[in-house]
Design a protein around this ligand. Structure first.
Ligand SMILES: Nc1ncnc2c1ncn2[C@@H]1O[C@H](COP(=O)(O)OP(=O)(O)OP(=O)(O)O)[C@@H](O)[C@H]1O
Length: 253
């Protein structure tokens, strides 16, 4: 298996502005994580432990003014947060399904126009209609504005946009958060298909159960307080008798 993206001893401090002065807060603290090609890796952990920051670190989208140490390596390149090469990588080599899918679309243009723009910009082989079909969206969605579709539909449209360029690394931040179980399974299958086609897929999720049922969870990285506690197979993790670990695996195994 080949590593497609990696964080090595990666720490991030972000500036938090108070009413009088700003302070720096450590949000990632020596994170080690590997995301391999042809595999689906789940990133789990309690709320606020830093999962979205990991997604941001691997897509060059950390908050402005962040100070980092360690390495964030994508496609073999060690990239600082302000490296201009991120622009060329995003979409083509690294795709992101953001946590706030609905707000990732501009409100003033139709979903179809925006997907069309993404396909053109990325020289993608698919079409907006085919991408919609892939993620289980009815074709009528293409003529709608983002405020006219449900949160779950926006979520699927965001997945469609992220896979338009067939990125080698696909990072999805809670892609099934506002979906019913049937649609959630469909999205998991879709992500598994991307891995099957060779992509390295990292999914931030609280839904290991559906992931396991779909049968595609090759590795689980467990976070707490800005650190990765362990990264291993779901079965290996389930064998742990640590209370924090069991809280994530017990409902699943
Ligand atoms: N823009 C910001 N300003 C200040 N603090 C932030 C900002 N974004 C995130 N944080 C803090 O960074 C830490 C990590 O946040 P992050 O969103 O990565 O957590 P998470 O594990 O994804 O949480 P959740 O599961 O609730 O989405 C948290 O303590 C959060 O409060």
């Amino acid at each position: 298996m080949t590593i497609a993206a990696q964080l090595r001893s990666f720490s991030v401090d972000i500036a938090v502005r108070g009413s009088r002065q700003s302070t720096r807060v450590r949000v990632l603290d020596g994170v080690d994580l590997t995301v391999e090609r042809e595999r689906v890796t789940a990133l789990v952990g309690e709320s606020g432990c830093g999962k979205s920051m990991v997604a941001a670190a691997l897509t060059g989208l950390l908050p402005p003014g962040s100070t980092v140490s360690g390495a964030s390596i994508v496609d073999g390149i060690d990239l600082a947060p302000d490296d201009p090469r991120w622009r060329g990588l995003r979409g083509h080599r690294v795709g992101l399904v953001p946590q706030s899918a609905a707000t990732s679309f501009t409100p003033v243009r139709t979903v179809g126009d925006q997907l069309d723009e993404v396909v053109t910009a990325l020289s993608g082989e698919s079409t907006p209609a085919r991408l919609c079909a892939d993620v289980g969206l009815p074709p009528g969605v293409l003529s709608k504005y983002p405020h006219e579709i449900s949160g779950g539909m926006a979520q699927r449209a965001a997945v469609a946009a992220a896979i338009a360029g067939r990125p080698e690394v696909l990072i999805a931040d809670e892609p099934t958060a506002s979906l019913d179980p049937v649609l959630a399974q469909r999205i998991w299958h879709l992500l598994a298909d991307q891995a099957e086609a060779g992509a390295a897929v990292l999914v931030v999720t609280h839904d290991l159960e559906t992931m396991r049922r779909v049968g595609r969870c090759d590795s689980v990285a467990l976070m707490r307080s800005g650190r990765i506690l362990r990264q291993e197979s779901l079965e290996a993790m389930a064998a742990s008798d640590d209370d924090y670990v069991r809280a994530f695996t017990e409902p699943v195994i």
